[in-house]
Design a protein around this ligand. Structure first.
Ligand code: GLN
Length: 311
């Protein structure tokens, strides 16, 4: 039995109870009006081992939009479709100590996005998705994700309308600089595609199923059935570990040691390579844009179960 599969339901219930007490230490994002309407007390976790029983606790039926948790999924899709050379011609692989929507980071890098886990990198990659417009690109991508993982992601139209209701000057400035430096074909199409894929929505169960694919298994959870090449999985996991939580990534790698990605919706996904995945949702976030209760819960689980990939 793997260390992840050793988790008991009682243990998880206790951890969620403690984590729920932390939700009030975070804040809801205010730049997407519908995200600001979430209940800050919500917390859900789904632990899906490759082999072994599922454990889940909290508000597990509450759907949420992926926001930036979509970034590693976008990366793996493009690696599979286009290959490494084409992808890394448009995005780097170095960590950043700036916030996820930093324009100054992109300026310092002469318009070449530093990594795929920050907005500049994901906007550049969104422009590479095949399809004639944002809607068809998002739909192709959504269907692929559901097909490889068995998840049931849907596009959350009200949240997309809410994203569109306020101008996102930071992302627009990033897109213009990317276009000027030759890393974007169309500012409008890239931003629209990016906004749409950020609004793909599911539950912690769906997110955990996607995480299981990144952990090296799918279907009956046999790693040899993985629809993704091992090399692409290594790339995505390495970039989640080094860049997935923005400026907090280094400290999290030391304290938790799991490839992890967050989104401003409060979604979080940790991959336990070769063992399974942990998906969390709790909408109150910290200054870096990471779920406060999610960070706490992942740290507790990683320490209790000794999950760090570094042993
Ligand atoms: N769509 C969001 C944005 O661009 C995603 C950012 C995030 O989740 N960190 O601001």
């Amino acid at each position: 039995m793997t260390r992840l599969a050793a988790l008991t339901q009682d243990q998880l219930n206790t951890e969620v109870m403690h984590a729920r007490a932390r939700t009030r230490m975070g804040r809801l994002p205010d730049y997407v009006p519908l995200l600001a309407k979430a209940n800050p007390d919500w917390i859900a976790v789904w632990v899906q081992p490759l082999h072994g029983p599922t454990c889940a606790a909290g508000d597990v039926h509450q759907p949420f939009v992926l926001m930036s948790v979509v970034k590693p999924l976008l990366l793996v899709f493009l690696l599979e479709q286009l290959g490494q050379r084409a992808v890394f011609a448009h995005v780097g692989m170095d960590p950043s100590d700036q916030s996820f929507h930093s324009l100054s980071q992109l300026r310092a890098d002469q318009g070449f996005p530093r990594n795929p886990m920050i907005n500049s990198g994901a906007i550049a990659l969104a422009d590479l998705l095949p399809g004639r417009d944002g809607t068809s690109r998002c739909e192709t991508f959504r269907q692929w994700l559901n097909q490889i993982s068995g998840s049931q992601l849907v596009l959350n139209e009200p949240v997309l309308a809410s994203v569109r209701s306020l101008p996102n000057e930071a992302n627009r400035a990033i897109a213009h600089l990317l276009a000027e430096s030759g890393h974007l074909r169309s500012v409008e199409a890239a931003l629209d595609t990016y906004n749409q894929i950020c609004c793909l929505s599911g539950t912690v169960e769906d997110l955990a199923k996607l995480g299981v694919v990144l952990a090296g298994g799918v279907g009956k959870f046999k790693p040899q059935n993985s629809p993704l090449t091992p090399q692409n999985l290594r790339i995505v996991n390495a970039l989640m570990l080094t860049c997935g939580l923005y400026e907090f990534s280094g400290r999290f790698a030391v304290r938790v040691g799991l490839p992890t990605k967050s989104g401003v919706s409060g979604a979080m996904l940790s991959v336990v390579p070769g063992q399974g995945a942990i998906a969390c949702y709790s909408p109150a976030i910290d200054a870096a844009g990471n779920s406060v209760a999610g960070l706490y819960l992942l740290e507790q689980l990683a320490q209790t179960l000794n999950l760090s990939i570094f042993g």
